[in-house]
Design a protein around this ligand. Structure first.
Ligand code: URP
Ligand code: ZN
Ligand code: ZN
Length: 465
């Protein structure tokens, strides 16, 4: 199958230009002006006049079906990746979970089984390590060889995913040997639990207090601590989500002294704030960790993106229905499952709040949502690029179309939208994954289970630092 995409403006992280793209099978075969006039033929032609053609976006932080807080994140690989595609995302990297006391292999096999035959866009995995011991350290080497080269550990959630500093340091030392990457959830979970218990005991049980008890300084402290541990181990580190100015200051200091530390930003920390956690139990819709911060952190985070202190935008998509799931925490904010939906909205939010608002260029937007994640997570230039030989993961993006974000129109399997009623400019019109059209003019036309596991290599961090 050959598809010719004509008359579009190709936007990549490096620059923008007018050209046609010939897709042959699953990859990009040719890029040039007026390809049809030059004799190129195709089975199908897609006219991209007035639109951008961008590399499919990559979301390197999702949690499909994550077990958390006594329930499971609502999106399956089928529903979540379909929603991703509607939002212009053609590849996700999801977090497989090692069940406590079991092997990494068991956790990874479970995630492969969830995704295979169900995901409609390509997918990779990171591994959440619940136990660090001789056996799991040895397993890490095997996973790196299998294309799962990143391992997430937590200084948060004591009793659930929490690891102490010794365990984190041992895992880091192992990546010094096997080339993997440690990813950290950096909040001081032990201190947070002390404050949370004090608030709950004094009757402060509304969702709002979830945002209050997780002090920004607890995020700053843990961020500094894990970066220092990584420096001591001589390895790069990736902090999976950053919400507070306090953490950003630690990041800047670390990068200034040459630490190989990388940070993404999630749209919720740019567009939502502590105020959203108010309004009684409705605030449960906005409970995630690290929490939403007071509004005055937001511009500082935008600056972090502009100056490249923060290199990636990913979602931390972890959706729980308001009814029946978030409600588990009525009367005690500590029992609200942590996480927000967002896999479908990321590309448009950053386009609207970044490019349309004049904060970043369209090239930087592509870099943040596609190219930088591909490079950091060992998929470039197969993904994250528009180049001959790259996977034909392509999005025909209308930068002028306005639409309203709403649970009534989104495709995520969750009963609310964090951005209900918000108008954004820019929408993915037509989406191809490895040459197959999944979304055509906003209609789903893709085959079931089209997604494939992406075996990733270790990233070349020296190039990215
Ligand atoms: O609130 C969040 N972020 N839930 C998902 C788990 C995690 O910490 O990433
Ligand atoms: Zn986390
Ligand atoms: Zn997460």
């Amino acid at each position: 199958m050959r598809t010719l995409i004509t008359n579009g403006t190709i936007v990549t992280a490096e620059g923008s230009y007018e050209a046609d793209i010939l897709v042959d099978g699953e990859t990009i075969a040719q890029i040039g002006r007026d390809l049809a006039a030059a004799g190129v033929t195709a089975d199908e032609t897609i006219d991209a006049s007035g639109r951008y053609v961008i590399p499919g976006a990559i979301d390197v932080h999702t949690h499909m079906e994550l077990p958390f807080g006594g329930t499971f994140a609502k999106d399956t690989f089928e529903t979540g990746t379909r929603a991703a595609a509607f939002g212009g995302t053609t590849c996700i990297v999801d977090f497989a979970v090692q069940p406590r006391g079991k092997s990494l292999r068991e956790g990874l096999d479970t995630w492969h089984a969830k995704a295979e035959g169900n995901a409609v866009v390509d997918y990779g995995f990171h591994m959440i390590m619940s136990d660090v011991n001789d056996a799991t350290l040895a397993e890490m080497d095997q996973l790196v060889a299998e294309g799962v080269p990143d391992f997430k550990l937590f200084t948060a959630y004591p009793g659930v995913f929490y690891s102490d500093d010794g365990a984190i340091f041992r895992a880091m030392q192992q990546t010094a040997k096997n080339g993997g990457l440690i990813m950290m959830h950096a909040e001081n979970g032990l201190a947070i639990d002390v404050v949370a218990a004090q608030y709950a005991e004094s009757g402060k049980t509304d969702p709002y207090y979830h945002g209050v008890v997780r002090f920004p300084i607890f995020e700053g402290e843990a961020t500094n601590r894990v970066i220092r541990l990584a420096e001591a181990a001589g390895v790069p580190v990736y902090i999976v989500h950053l919400s507070a100015r306090d953490a950003l200051n630690e990041v800047r200091a670390a990068r200034d002294r040459g630490a190989m530390a990388f940070y993404p930003l999630c749209p919720q920390y740019l567009f939502l704030s502590l105020d959203d956690l108010g309004n009684g139990f409705e605030g449960a819709k906005f409970v995630c960790s690290p929490p939403l911060r007071p509004k005055d952190h937001q511009e500082e985070l935008w600056k972090g993106l502009i100056k490249d202190d923060l290199q990636v935008v990913s979602t931390d998509h972890c959706p729980f229905d308001f009814k029946g799931q978030k409600e588990l925490g009525r009367g005690d904010f500590r029992k609200i499952p942590n996480g927000l939906p967002g896999v479908e909205e990321r590309v448009d939010l950053i386009h609207d709040g970044g490019v349309v608002a004049g904060r970043i260029t369209r090239e930087r937007w592509v870099e943040l949502v596609s190219t930088a994640p591909a490079k950091l997570f060992g998929m470039y230039p197969r993904k994250g690029a528009i180049a001959v030989g790259s996977d034909a993961d392509l999005v025909i993006y209308d930068p002028n179309a306005k639409h309203v974000l709403s649970a009534s129109t989104h495709h995520m399997a969750v009963d609310y939208s964090c951005y209900e009623g918000r108008e954004v400019q820019g929408i993915a019109q037509t989406v191809l994954s490895r040459g197959t059209v999944l979304v055509r003019d906003r209609q789903w036309v893709g085959p079931k289970g089209h997604g494939r596991f992406v075996k990733r290599s270790t990233a070349d961090f020296a190039r990215l630092a």
